[in-house]
Design a protein around this ligand. Sequence first.
Ligand SMILES: [Zn+2]
Length: 86
Amino acid sequence: MVVDEPGLRSLPLVGHERGLALVFPDLADAARDCRFRDCTHTHEPGCAVRALLESGAVRRPKYDAYVALAGEMRSSLGVLDPDVVL
Ligand SMILES: [Zn+2]
């Protein structure tokens, strides 16, 4: 269901991390092996997600989609009221 009403500027993607992991199982698996837990998979050393891209195991469009969606979820976390449990 899509809700459209004044004041709703974006759909927070919080809570869809499992969906992301289902769509990108190889990348989600690799993300657990990143050196840093808050890795954005763009520039950090020891990034297992970028290693998959660099080895050719994952193609650029898939990597870009994963990084964009994961980044969106991460920024949604920061804008939600911390007292609201979804
Ligand atoms: Zn990473």
